[in-house]
Write a protein that binds this ligand. Structure first.
Ligand code: SF4
Length: 357
């Protein structure tokens, strides 16, 4: 098994590891431990029944009767960051305001509620309000709080970039206005911290310029799938935003932020035709948008898992699609590592980086 196949296999079968930096719920698809995989950031499902385990800093595959074998990869858990031990003057834990992703990414959801969270509107892979209900976070992070936490995360833990997302609001900006105020406050306190913002296409595209002018370097406008039937099934609320609205928002974002400073998620495993994914990637790359391919991951607290029981995608499909999209990105000279901030720059949730993109 080569490096890409192994990375895909572990992404789907998980890992037995004590991961102090761990995310159990939140916006988007994640239920994972954060590790360093041959030194690169990786987010892997933690599963007690996985055949993979870590011992002495090496990845081992438990083969049953023949015992564990070393498969030639270094894996180490990301350490709990020091900023998690701090609290604001009003007693809010920094960990409830922003979380460490991977080794050097600070991540936050500035508004942890979503106008689309009614059961018949919500994205079926999303658990944005579950971490709020569990008390792991607070509903609204203020600009001042975020600036305070970002300063500490950079000073104490060497954080280098920040990812800021938001639940969708009802307004013309779909949540971008508050996000822009938060970006401006963080940039005033920590000018060296590169920031990616993540939003739905705003009703008025000037929100994209406002986010850039506030200081964000990169932007994610996440479509998840470009098959309208899949979108309607999985994202009944969000699919009311048409693909043409996405295309207009991506085009404006590339105009404002630049080629390859704009990204979108493409989830594998929502029932799409796997041959469509590289076609969508092709269109996105031509626009200057990085298609960040990630597997759908079953996550407690989501409708997909708790109600529908949807499994993770097959290894063959995830591997084939990831290799195809990585090849397109490499041919276009669009690498995640060239994004200034964001999920494509981090790469931990997908296998594109292992595949060279
Ligand atoms: S890829 Fe995005 S969501 Fe995943 S760990 Fe990195 S920053 Fe977080």
């Amino acid at each position: 098994m080569d490096a890409v196949s192994r990375r895909v296999d572990v992404a789907l079968r998980g890992l037995r590891i004590a991961a102090p930096v761990h995310r159990e719920a939140g916006a988007g698809p994640s239920d994972d431990g954060h590790v360093l995989w041959n030194g690169e950031q990786a987010v892997i499902p933690v599963k007690a029944d996985s055949p993979y385990l870590v011992s002495g800093g090496r990845l081992l595959l438990d083969t049953g009767d023949a015992g564990p074998i070393d498969v030639g990869i270094d894996v180490a858990p990301v350490h709990r960051p020091r900023f998690y031990d701090l609290t604001t003057a009003d007693g809010t834990s920094y960990e409830q305001i922003a979380r460490l992703h991977g080794r050097n990414v600070l991540a936050t959801t500035v508004v942890q509620t979503c106008v689309r969270y009614d059961e018949d509107q919500r994205c079926r892979f999303c658990a944005i309000e579950a971490s709020l209900e569990a008390g792991a976070t607070i509903a609204v992070k203020t600009p001042a709080m975020l600036a305070e936490v970002a300063r500490a995360a950079v000073d104490l833990d060497g954080v280098e970039q920040m990812v800021m997302t938001t639940g969708t609001s009802n307004g013309w900006d779909r949540g971008a206005k508050h996000l822009a105020r938060c970006v401006a406050a963080i940039k005033a306190a920590v000018p060296e911290l590169a920031i990616q913002v993540q939003i739905e296409p705003p009703r008025d595209l000037r929100a994209i310029r406002d986010l850039h002018d506030a200081g964000a370097e990169s932007i994610g406008i996440h479509v998840e799938s470009m098959d309208d039937a899949v979108r309607q099934r999985w994202m009944p609320g969000k699919s009311t935003v048409t693909l043409d609205e996405y295309r207009a928002a991506w085009a404006e974002a590339v105009r404002v932020f630049g080629r390859n400073q704009v990204s979108t998620y493409l989830l594998v495993g929502l029932g799409e035709d796997p041959d469509d994914v590289p076609r969508w990637a092709d269109e996105l790359i031509a626009l200057g948008v990085y298609p960040f391919v990630v597997p759908f991951r079953p996550l407690r607290g989501t409708l997909a898992t708790d109600v529908d029981g949807v499994p993770a995608p097959s290894r063959t499909i995830l591997e084939t699609v990831s290799r195809q999209v990585a090849a397109l990105l490499v041919a276009a000279g669009m690498l995640g590592s060239e994004q200034k901030a964001g999920c494509a720059a981090c790469g931990a949730c997908g296998v594109l980086k292992t595949a060279g993109a």
